[in-house]
Design a protein around this ligand. Structure first.
Ligand code: C2E
Ligand code: CA
Ligand code: CA
Length: 562
């Protein structure tokens, strides 16, 4: 690019004149030497060698068709079929009209008729061909992703829409393709290897689109979009594509997941088709055995349901349809279990759908940032509740609230939490903040900074779902935190599976090393409770003690301890 710009600013461009007739070379040379640097070849094979050697610096080739060793047609063909050389425009020099047509078909930019009796025409055609070619290179570079040479997202949609307008009746399928666990691939094998994988995938998609028609783009770091003419056998095609793509990626078991919206004649626009393909693709997250999912009626009704929930959130917040439940946490290190805190867990009592568990809407709201509104609501409700109980029972029970990934990237987070606490006259240490382990590994430095800021204000941090992410021991020692909360999947089998039990033991040892207490959640049975007590778990939360309860029921627990 830089080279191109320099050339544009008055540097002399280089033109190769390939002609076996001395007199013809001289005539052209005389017309062009003031404005261009000229190099010469006397036969086709020398010309091709020169182009290959200096592909980056030749701005134009003037090519005679009849030359010894290799004729002009063969040279032209070789240039057009090479990805490096093909950007160089070629003007064919000929005296035969028929040859002009044929060479244009072979990809020549233009032709100049022999004999050259109008120098101005020659100069104009030369200048024009160079300018066109250079502009198209610049356009190519702005429209394309530099790593894969596929379209960038915006241009992809722009061209896609043009395609739709030009071929109004041509059905088009939208395909979204994601590399599974790409972040881990990068972390394990390095960014360079990750880039290589992206390039390979880019190449295979180029090839695919060349074969099927349509467009391809790199839409996100490891997400690719394909907009292809509709296929009646999309399942069969996908099996073939994935086999081919996986061949390309064969290294270290890297696989892709694919979501498809297959055109069924509904009049929806391109962007919406891709939303649907994305939805289908998301269904495969964490599932590495299935390779593709087609958008279908079930997904459609889920989509409508999700849209409905998104539409309803404002009203639900203002009408307080969200109810915060509290699940007690007991300290089990002493003789008798002691109520030490509670976790605030939200439910939605929807006027039409009834009680909706958080599993149905949390991740939906996480995808579009609405979770921040809901989280703030829950934090405020929880703070108000701590205040109420404190006033009523004379004990200030700390409550933990969930903090989403999105919240952590909000620069105002600690101010918001501080003002929520102080509005209820609470000190920050009564609000425990649960942050999931996997958020820690997303962008560890940012999280470390945010969490450190929160702790310095007095908030306490619990790492939620510990064991599910993949923090290294090394990283753990650097993380600012006040408690580890084991993921409930580890607790599930400790009674039956000795290995699971040992694993929990190891995690407890890690917590000891970090000098923080351990919380086990999802504890359902007496047996689990006793085993956890035996290996030194400090705090327990789970159905064994109590389900999450609405505040008025939770209060009975206070009364019990009295
Ligand atoms: P989590 O933070 O891991 O919460 C623990 C989940 O385990 C809760 O599910 C709780 O009801 C459930 N649970 C507790 N004890 C047991 C048990 O003994 N056995 C079993 N099988 N389950 C138990 P819930 O309330 O459905 O919440 C699910 C998830 O939704 C939570 O997982 C949390 O990630 C999210 N969530 C809930 N409320 C909020 C919120 O206000 N904000 C955010 N950002 N996320 C929330
Ligand atoms: Ca939690
Ligand atoms: Ca959890």
């Amino acid at each position: 690019m830089k080279e191109l710009l320099e050339r544009k600013q008055g540097f002399h461009r280089t033109i190769l004149i390939a002609d076996d007739e001395f007199i013809e070379r001289e005539m052209l040379g005389a017309m062009l030497c003031d404005e261009y640097d000229l190099i010469y070849a006397e036969d086709g094979s020398t010309a091709l060698d020169m182009i290959q050697e200096r592909a980056g610096m030749i701005a134009l080739v003037l090519l005679d068709l009849h030359m010894p060793k290799l004729d002009g047609y063969a040279v032209l063909k070789a240039i057009r079929s090479d990805s490096e050389m093909r950007r160089i425009p070629v003007i064919v020099l000929t005296a035969e009209t028929e040859a002009e047509v044929r060479s244009l078909h072979l990809g020549a930019a233009d032709f100049i008729s022999k004999p050259y009796n109008m120098p101005d025409v020659v100069k104009a055609r030369v200048g024009h061909a160079i300018e066109l070619a250079e502009n198209s290179v610049i356009i190519h570079e702005t429209e394309r992703d530099s790593l894969t040479s596929l379209f960038k997202r915006d241009f992809f949609f722009e061209y896609g829409k043009m395609l739709d307008i030009q071929n109004r009746h041509m059905p088009m399928d939208a395909i979204v393709l994601d590399i599974n666990r790409f972040r881990i691939v990068n972390e394990l094998y390095g960014k360079q290897f990750g880039d290589l994988i992206l390039k390979r995938l880019g190449n295979s998609l180029h090839e695919l689109v060349r074969y099927t028609g349509g467009l391809a783009c790199r839409s996100g770091s490891n997400t690719f979009y394909l907009y292809l003419p509709h296929s009646n056998d999309i399942s069969g095609d996908l099996v073939r594509y994935t086999t081919k793509i996986n061949e390309y990626l064969d290294d270290r078991k890297i696989t892709v997941r694919i979501g498809v919206y297959s055109d069924d004649g509904s009049p929806i626009d391109m962007e919406h088709r891709f939303d649907r393909a994305e939805l289908a693709c998301r269904k495969l997250r964490g599932n590495y055995s299935t390779e593709y999912v087609l958008y279908n009626a079930e997904l459609h009704s889920r989509e409508l349901h999700s849209e409905r929930l998104i539409n309803d959130i404002d009203k639900a917040l203002s009408e307080k349809q969200f109810k915060v439940y509290y699940q007690p946490k007991y300290n089990i290190t002493g003789e008798k279990p002691l109520l030490v805190s509670a976790e605030a867990l939200v439910r939605w009592v929807h006027p039409e759908f009834g009680m909706i568990p958080p599993g149905e809407f949390i991740s939906l709201f996480e995808n579009n940032g609405l979770i921040q509104l809901l989280d703030r609501y829950v934090w405020s409700e929880a703070a108000a509740q701590i205040r109420k109980w404190s006033d009523k029972y004379g004990v200030t029970l700390p409550v933990s609230v969930n903090v989403s990934r999105v919240d952590i990237f909000d620069p105002q987070l600690s101010e918001i939490l501080s003002s929520i606490a102080s509005a209820c006259g609470l000190s920050p240490h009564t609000l425990l903040l649960e942050i999931t382990e996997s958020a820690y590994t997303d962008d560890s430095q940012q999280i470390i900074d945010t969490v450190s800021a929160l702790r310095s204000k007095g908030f306490r941090i619990e790492m939620d779902d510990f064991g599910c992410g993949y923090s290294s021991l090394n990283m753990l020692t650097e993380l600012p935190l006040d408690a580890l909360k084991l993921d409930m999947n580890f607790i599930k089998n400790i009674e039956k599976d000795h290995k699971a039990y040992r694993l929990v033991g190891i995690m407890i040892e890690i917590a000891r090393m970090l000098e923080v207490p351990v919380i086990a959640e999802g504890v359902e049975t007496k047996g689990q409770m006793e085993l956890l007590h035996k290996i030194g778990c400090d705090i327990i939360q789970g159905y064994y003690f109590s389900k999450p309860l609405p505040p008025d029921e939770f209060e009975k627990l206070f009364e019990k301890t009295d």
